[in-house]
Ligand binder design. Structure first.
Ligand SMILES: Cc1cc2nc3c(=O)[nH]c(=O)nc-3n(C[C@H](O)[C@H](O)[C@H](O)COP(=O)(O)OP(=O)(O)OC[C@H]3O[C@@H](n4cnc5c(N)ncnc54)[C@H](O)[C@@H]3O)c2cc1C
Length: 452
């Protein structure tokens, strides 16, 4: 009986012979790309530490057809394939549990413009490995804004759609499952060596399902006419004042692109371009420039002060880089001697009953605030006292009416039934990103923060 390593070597040789991608078996590279940002979770640090699960080879294709060919060869040789973009996923979703091929998609960088040199009217079509930063640059030059991007803006569009969820732009446009994706071209693991394109409802099993239903090689996603965005920093004495201003951002028209809030405990570690008072609560807003007076008057009405307004697009990127999971990472980096974990939550108790939310965990509990399309979201941060103590907080938060998503497990947790049905057709041997798709995961995978 052959080993996975042996079958991978045979497949890699066939891939190289067919010119479908560059192959590497260099140990350092394999170790690096076999792991992602799961180190943000103390649970995953223990369960999927770098080096425990390693691919046998890294294959880097240059085109979508290359990917289809690679999957055809892998299918013939029974070799697992785990797709990877920039590897910034924080749930261990791109860990190659069964070895085989780690498919590095960063070579699929095309960003298509039509013959007049302009991006299509309402959408942009890119290779799955194109980075959000590169797509945004092309779009801004063409007078368009991408609907949304994560705080990890150097990540790939394929990875964002495959494993991400929301970010800058989500106040107006919701999650990646809310119409952002118009079409996806997919390489199946079915031996066909062909690509297919899905649109509309058929996209569902290919969004946020970690590549288990097929490797996405090209995406068409929505854009808006470009706006003049500005970065606003405000400060408040109390959580109640911060909340009053935060919720009033939903009244601003056009809506802000982002509105992040932090308690004083999280403020000193933020990567801000202006000095932020570490005793104050911080609100940071990416607002349309013509609405800055609307934003400022709401900040003042809530009892706060505008600290700075930076009317420079690069500053809105920097502000976005302090949103979503980033403040948690900054905190972990600043205090490596302490172990922090976070839970991703959504719901009105974040604004209305913060003490009840904090009471779900022992010790100091902090909240980093965002606004999702349908209301407040928070990264609830506490000191880690073991996996069980961490999990015990989930039903307590749910009893308050909060939706919770646990970033401490690697199982597909959205559209699971549909993904299983689809994968029977697109991956009948179960070779795509093995270990991530099951109807009965042994851990708590609940995700309901996107439910309206
Ligand atoms: C500090 C920090 C902040 C973050 N902030 C955000 C945020 O604001 N919003 C958010 O949504 N996420 C966030 N994330 C998670 C992650 O960074 C983003 O989702 C990112 O867009 C993932 O892109 P990537 O290219 O790094 O994907 P990867 O990590 O490489 O892959 C993510 C998943 O998608 C799969 N995949 C990758 N490419 C493809 C493809 N072409 N076809 C099929 N499957 C594929 C992988 O197998 C994996 O399961 C954050 C993570 C960290 C560490």
């Amino acid at each position: 009986m052959t080993t996975t390593a042996g079958r991978t070597a045979a497949a890699a040789a066939a891939i190289a012979e067919r010119g479908a991608g560059t192959v590497s078996t260099e140990k350092g590279l394999i170790t690096t790309v076999s792991s992602d940002w799961s180190r943000m979770s103390p649970v995953l640090q223990e369960k999927v530490p770098p080096g425990r699960y390693l691919a046998d080879a890294v294959v880097r294709p240059a085109t979508g057809q290359d990917v289809a060919t690679i999957l055809q060869v892998a299918f013939e040789h029974d070799v697992p394939v785990t797709p990877r973009g920039a590897g910034t996923g924080n749930y261990g979703q791109a860990t190659p549990f069964d070895g085989g091929i780690l498919l590095d998609l960063r070579g699929l960088t095309a960003i298509s413009v039509d013959h007049s040199g302009r991006v299509n009217e309402d959408t942009v079509t890119t290779g799955a490995g194109a980075r959000m930063t590169a797509i945004d640059k092309v779009l801004r030059a063409a007078g368009r804004d991408i609907w949304m991007y994560p705080s990890t803006k150097t990540s790939t569009l394929g990875g964002f759609v495959g494993g991400g969820s929301a970010g800058t732009g989500s106040i107006e446009h919701g999650t990646t499952s809310d119409g952002f994706v118009v079409a996806a071209t997919v390489a199946p693991m079915d031996g066909s060596g062909e690509l297919f394109t899905v649109t509309g409802e058929d996209l569902v099993p290919f969004v946020h399902t970690y590549g288990v239903t097929g490797v996405v090689v090209e995406l068409e996603v929505r854009t808006d006419p470009a706006r003049d965005w500005t970065a606003v920093y405000a400060a408040f004495d109390t959580y109640a004042e911060l909340v009053a201003a935060h919720r009033s951002m939903l009244e601003v028209r056009p809506l802000p692109r982002l509105a992040s809030g932090d308690e004083p405990a999280l403020v000193p570690t933020l990567n801000a371009p202006v000095a932020l008072d570490p005793t104050k609560f911080s609100l940071r807003v990416i607002a349309e420039a013509s609405t800055s007076a609307q934003v400022a008057s709401r900040v003042r009405a809530a009892g706060g002060d505008v600290v700075a307004e930076l009317n420079d697009y690069a500053e809105t990127d920097r502000l976005s880089g302090m949103s979503y999971n980033h403040p948690i990472w900054f905190l972990q980096r600043a205090y490596p001697e302490r172990t922090w974990f976070h839970m991703e939550t959504g719901g009105l108790p974040i604004w209305d009953d913060p003490e009840a939310v904090r009471a779900c965990y022992d010790g100091p509990v902090h909240m980093h605030l965002e606004i999702f399309a349908h209301g407040p979201g928070a990264m609830v941060v506490a000191e880690y006292q073991g996996e069980q103590a961490m999990l015990d907080g989930i039903p307590k938060m749910e009893a308050l009416g909060l939706g919770v998503h646990s970033p401490h497990q690697w199982y597909v947790d959205r559209s699971v039934g549909l993904a299983i049905e689809t994968a029977k057709r697109t991956d009948p041997k179960g070779l795509l990103n093995p270990g991530k798709l099951t109807a009965t995961p042994p851990v708590d995978t609940r995700v309901n923060i996107g439910v309206r």
